[in-house]
Ligand binder design. Structure first.
Ligand SMILES: [Zn+2]
Length: 479
């Protein structure tokens, strides 16, 4: 980034709410059905069809607003946003305009070098419906229309122009996504389009209060694409100003293949949407007690959880960041940690073996066969010496494969740790005979060979020998 200009960015994030049905009709809101199957007179905009507001969508929108620290307005108003586009059968989108559902929240995205919080303000959060989808690659030279998405409930979260760097935009988006995921209001999947981002960007000399002319960048399909697009557009605007030119207010599309932005042909930015109050829907009036009740039911959010896990389980900041990346992962970890009373071992197993098993099978942790209580049982067996550290990995692999409890797997597979002196002494004798050179040197006083010999014994016992006992018995021989 050049020191000559400061980057000023605000983001508009569209989030699909996790409802069973659409915002204003009873059609399924599921992703992935065959084209135009999830449609009815309301979402096809047939004459005479009237919208009926989905209460669950309102509930999720309010939850999201409260989780982001917004004030939920007791009265908000639906409005028609008029524009013409083939995938918008009504010719307008039901949205909210001058009286949105919620205003004034914030998201903390990290700390400055001096240790103060970096907050990104949220201007507003409003409800709206999605448009259909134009499909450009199905029939050559023609556009196909799929209206399954028409009328699916969305919230739009508009940030203040508080973001100063591409990395800051990435951090804001990742934090926002994590909070929405914890709130369980959306699938927040960029691949399935349930989270979409538009960026407003301008530049100005540092210290100048007045904002420069902004452009809007669209069409970014990942958070890293947002970061790249902002960097590219910043460079373009700076070069323009340096050469004596002026930034023109316009809508730009990110071209990921060429790492560049290009003007949008539809000139969406210059539209006058001729907003007016939606005559088919009454103002949305929310009961203060109901809002309060939803507020009291909010789950623990990422920041609080990070603090608590750090304190309760004595984990480092990095470890806690990893564990809280997804609420399901954090919950799984806590299940193990609580039942085993060992935060550190639980962390090691969850981020190690459990993640490896999930990567191998492509499963989600919420459906993982080894439940937290099962893994905790295994950790307890390791701690009390019933199963050795070496054998634990084999036991775990069998648990993943069979779904049986740890104690049973260890018994079935002959992996219970052997602390019996006679058995261990026999293994030691065998190892000493099989490795005469090491044996002679060790017995002659070369103490550092003890580790090697313990390794041989552990291998011979297939990991069952209690290594502490092996060490003790070998020491008495090494005399
Ligand atoms: Zn419908």
């Amino acid at each position: 980034m050049s020191g000559k200009y400061e980057m000023v960015v605000g983001l508009e994030v569209h989030v699909q709410l996790k409802t069973r049905t659409k915002a204003f009709c009873g059609c399924s809101a599921d992703f992935g059905a065959p084209p135009n199957m999830n449609t009815c007179p309301v979402c096809l905009a047939l004459p005479g069809a009237l919208p009926v507001l989905n209460e669950h969508a309102v509930e999720l929108a309010v939850r999201a607003a409260l989780g982001l620290g917004c004030k939920v307005n007791p009265i908000s108003v639906f409005a028609r946003k008029n524009y013409f586009y083939p995938d918008l059968p009504k010719g307008y989108q039901i949205s909210q305009f001058d009286q949105p559902l919620a205003t004034g929240g914030s998201v903390m995205i990290g700390k400055t070098e001096k240790g103060t919080d970096i907050q990104i303000g949220i201007t507003r959060l409003h409800m709206e419906e999605d448009a259909g989808k134009s499909i450009h690659d199905r029939y050559p030279g023609e556009i196909a229309i799929d209206l399954n998405r028409s009328g699916v409930p969305l919230i739009e979260i508009v940030s203040e122009p508080d973001i100063r760097t591409p990395a800051g935009a990435g951090a804001y988006l990742r934090t926002l996504k994590q909070i929405l995921q914890y709130l369980d209001v959306s699938d927040v999947s960029m691949e399935e389009g349930s989270l979409r981002v538009d960026a407003n960007i301008s530049v100005r000399p540092p210290g100048q209060v007045k904002l420069g002319t902004k452009t809007e960048v669209k069409n970014m399909n990942s958070f890293s694409a947002v970061e790249k697009a902002l960097a590219a557009e910043y460079t373009r605007q700076c070069a323009l100003l340096d050469s004596g030119g002026r930034v023109e207010q316009q809508t730009l599309l990110w071209d990921g293949a060429r790492d560049t932005v290009r003007p949008s042909r539809t000139k969406e930015g210059s539209h006058d949407y001729r907003y007016f109050e939606e005559p088919d829907l009454r103002p949305l009036m929310l009961d203060a007690k109901w809002i309060e009740h939803l507020g009291s039911e909010l789950p623990e959010l990422p920041d609080e959880r990070k603090k608590r896990l750090t304190e309760e389980y004595g984990l480092s900041t990095v470890e806690v960041e990893q564990l809280t990346a997804h609420s399901d992962l954090a919950e799984y970890f806590e299940g193990v940690a609580r039942a085993s009373a060992d935060g550190k071992a639980s962390y090691n197993w969850v981020m190690g073996e459990v993640q490896a098993a999930l990567r191998a099978s492509g499963e989600e942790i919420s459906r993982f066969r080894v439940r937290p209580a099962d893994l905790a049982q295994m950790l307890n067996l390791v701690r009390d010496g019933t199963v050795s550290h070496t054998a634990a990995k084999t036991v775990f692999a069998k648990m993943v494969e069979t779904g049986k409890p740890a104690a049973q797997v260890a018994a079935d597979e002959g992996l219970l740790q052997v602390g019996d002196e006679g058995a261990i002494a026999t293994w030691i004798e065998e190892v000493l005979q099989e490795h005469p050179e090491e044996a002679t040197r060790y017995l002659g006083g070369e103490k550092k060979l003890q580790g090697v010999l313990v390794g041989f014994v552990m291998k011979k016992s297939k990991g069952r020998a209690d290594p502490k006992r092996v060490n003790q018995l070998l020491s008495t021989r090494g005399g």
